[in-house]
Design a protein. Structure first.
Length: 429
């Protein structure tokens, strides 16, 4: 997939080389005809010999100068457009090759697509997993449009007539001012397509297609406030190329996301835990601060599965995961460890910070669902309780064990607590 982006970059560079050769040739011609001191006299003499007047010869020279200037301006415009395209395609190429999250690179891509296409607004809407709803994943609006406010909003596809046509036919759809005026006021189509523009002139909806599969839509809007322009064939072709490459980058990012995320809870999966913990340990060593590992286990969750069924249990687990994620900082990392166990890595924290985070998690879990559940948490601090993953998980697991047996609910480390075989029997049987 990345080869397609590289091919387009090569085409742009080849086209630039051709333009430079043409410009060089025209400049040489211009120098020969205009810049040479006696060129005008030669033209005038040639005009006299051929029966042309001085005025006609002057017009010939002026016409040639005008044509050369016009082509130079066209070349400059093309080079600037190519520079934008190269920057955008290179960014998409980097995104496709890296492990960047969609939220990290989509805003930049939306902004650059808007700039390259000379539009006022750009929205990137992705089809959800069910393929029945569109989610606005990123939105850009220039200074003349209202700031985007519906990012992360979802729209049922069956209520989007225009967008549904684009996704079904895999072809771009252009709406002019008259077409937009006929959209139902308050309808989902109008809400999604206007994109913050009060004085809309034209809208272009381009499906993002990769391997004959639609990932979403790029929605471009132009205002009528200054010099209203329609979407011509060249702009539509450009938008299609950009949407195609955006689809490639998004597809790669989604595949990588699926590889490191748990499909049920949308948390990071256990496989990704080792890599991220190593990164946090390295950062903790470099900046001389502590890192904490919180191993969380839901209390009474088995009873939910047994009495209400596994579908209800899955829904409860999803709600718990969402609430735990919301209760942590953006710098913290949340993983599904397995079953009803969730692990949280706290960066740049302390013993007191770990206790506060554990308390927030417990409050979040109790509010997450209407069923009667709680959570016990075992905490291990780096480097106090371990220098690597195995040592930290072992300590957190033992701390969790103690928290469950003693009823403390939260336990840091396993100090000052002795376990005996009878206690083990009481807890686990």
């Amino acid at each position: 997939m990345k080869d397609a982006i590289q091919r387009d970059l090569t085409k742009i560079e080849r086209r630039e080389s051709h333009l430079w050769f043409i410009v060089l040739g025209l400049l040489v011609l211009f120098g020969a005809v205009i810049a040479v001191p006696y060129s005008f006299n030669l033209l005038r003499q040639a005009g006299s010999d051929s029966g042309l007047s001085d005025a006609s010869a002057s017009r010939m020279a002026a016409g040639l100068f005008f044509l050369v200037t016009l082509f130079c301006l066209y070349t400059l415009h093309t080079l600037l457009l190519n520079a934008r395209m190269k920057g955008l395609l290179a960014e998409m190429n980097r995104a496709a090759a890296s492990s960047m999250e969609l939220d990290d690179f989509l805003p930049s891509i939306a902004r650059k697509i808007a700039t390259a296409s000379s539009v006022n607004t750009c929205r990137i809407a992705l089809l959800e997993f069910s393929r029945t709803t569109l989610r606005v994943a990123s939105a850009f609006a220039d200074a003349g449009a209202n700031p985007p406010s519906d990012t992360e909003s979802t729209y049922p596809l069956d209520q989007l007539f225009v967008c549904r046509r684009a996704t079904a036919t895999l072809q771009p759809v252009v709406l002019h001012r008259r077409d937009v005026a006929h959209l139902p006021v308050g309808g989902k189509d109008r809400d999604l397509l206007l994109g913050g523009l009060d004085n809309i002139h034209a809208v272009l909806i381009v499906p993002m297609v990769t391997q004959d599969r639609v990932l979403g839509l790029v929605i471009l809007g132009r205002s009528a406030r200054v010099m209203p322009r329609r979407f011509n064939a060249a702009t539509i072709a450009l938008a299609q190329a950009l949407a195609r490459h955006a689809a490639t980058a998004i597809d790669q990012a989604q595949l990588k996301r699926e590889a490191i995320h748990d499909p049920l809870t949308n948390l990071y999966n256990r496989r990704h835990f080792s890599e991220r913990l190593r990164e946090e340990i390295y950062r903790a060593d470099r900046h001389s601060h502590a890192t904490a590992v919180l191993l969380c286990d839901l209390d009474r969750f088995k009873a939910v599965n047994d009495t209400l069924g596994h579908q209800v249990g899955d829904q409860v687990l999803r709600e718990v995961a969402t609430h735990i994620q919301a209760s942590t900082r953006k710098t913290d990392l949340v993983f599904r460890w397995g079953g009803d166990e969730i692990v949280v890595i706290l960066s740049e924290t302390s013993r007191q910070g770990a206790l506060l985070a554990a308390d927030r998690i417990r409050s979040a879990v109790r509010k997450a669902a209407e069923v009667d559940i709680d959570v016990s948490i075992g905490v291990a601090l780096y480097p106090e309780h371990g220098r690597n993953e195995d040592e930290l998980i072992r300590t957190a697991d033992r701390a969790l064990y103690i928290a469950k047996k003693s009823g403390e609910k939260v336990r840091i480390g396993e100090e000052d607590y002795q376990l005996d075989r009878r206690a083990i029997t009481v807890v686990w049987t």
